[in-house]
Design a protein around this ligand. Structure first.
Ligand code: ADP
Ligand code: MG
Length: 236
């Protein structure tokens, strides 16, 4: 069975500068896959390539075995791809529950959208915030609700670019549970994140990008001790 995401030999150049140089990685359903690396390593550029916002000069992107290298973002969404951006994108004047409801109405269980929204609220212990408008949430909880909304759409693959930025310790803990819940639902989660403890706690495997190349990949306890990874971070 193909992986939900297969990225093969991707290169991207900005002028003479190689932002990505032969990047190959996979993300599996049921797994949280981490993508880490120093600032400027190429993480966001790779997300742009995967989501169809930037065409690579070499390589292929396959979603669930379908080559989408030449497809636009809309066709990729039909293969179950979802993405969050670095700024918040909730409907500010709607309640938390209504934000989830809107998403559930786009998903495969649209006829039971209310039930889907309530199940997610329960699962993430958000009942006390269900009627709060998104505008009134702290940044950290807002980020959590934004990703919770992705649960309601039941995506096959979700790309998260630094989703835990601005969260306190308690919010980060809730967030880790949310990422595991997404994976347990059968979603492939690809996570770019600076909070190393979160990455090491929540990921099944981790890829390390430095200067546009994958310099290491493997389970968190191996990556943690990898000399080339330590060197890449110390050289920052
Ligand atoms: P990361 O997300 O890992 O911090 P980026 O993917 O944002 O890294 O950037 C990778 C490299 O590509 C950096 O050297 C950055 O300056 C460069 N870069 C990113 N976007 C552009 C762009 N639109 N035009 C020119 N250079 C870019
Ligand atoms: Mg980035």
């Amino acid at each position: 069975m193909p992986s939900q995401l297969e990225v093969e030999d991707i290169s991207v150049a900005f002028g003479g500068h190689r932002a990505l140089d032969g990047v190959t990685l996979r993300a599996e359903r049921g797994h949280v896959t981490g993508l880490i690396g120093p600032n400027g390593a190429g993480k966001s550029t790779l997300f742009d390539v995967i989501s169809g916002l930037r065409k690579p000069s070499t390589g292929t992107v396959c979603l669930d075995g379908h080559d989408v290298t030449r497809a636009g973002p809309a066709r990729r969404a039909r293969h179950g791809l979802a993405r969050t951006f670095q700024r918040l994108e909730l409907f500010g004047r709607l309640s938390v529950r209504d934000n989830l409801l809107v998403a559930a109405e786009l998903g495969p269980e649209r006829r039971h959208a209310g039930r889907v929204a309530d199940e997610i609220i329960d699962r993430l212990d958000l009942a006390h915030l269900a009627d709060t408008t998104a505008d009134a949430l702290s940044t950290g909880i807002g980020r959590l609700v934004e990703v919770a909304r992705a649960l309601a759409v039941r995506p096959n693959l979700i790309l998260l670019d630094e989703p835990a930025a601005g969260q306190d310790a308690q919010e980060t803990e809730l967030f880790a549970a949310l990422l595991r819940a997404l994976a347990e639902d059968g979603t492939a989660v690809l996570l770019v994140e600076h909070d190393m403890e979160l990455v090491m706690n929540v990921c099944d495997e981790v890829y390390v990008l430095d200067l546009g190349r994958i310099i290491a990949s493997g389970p968190p306890d191996v990556i943690r001790r990898d000399e080339s990874v330590l060197a890449a971070y110390l050289g920052q």
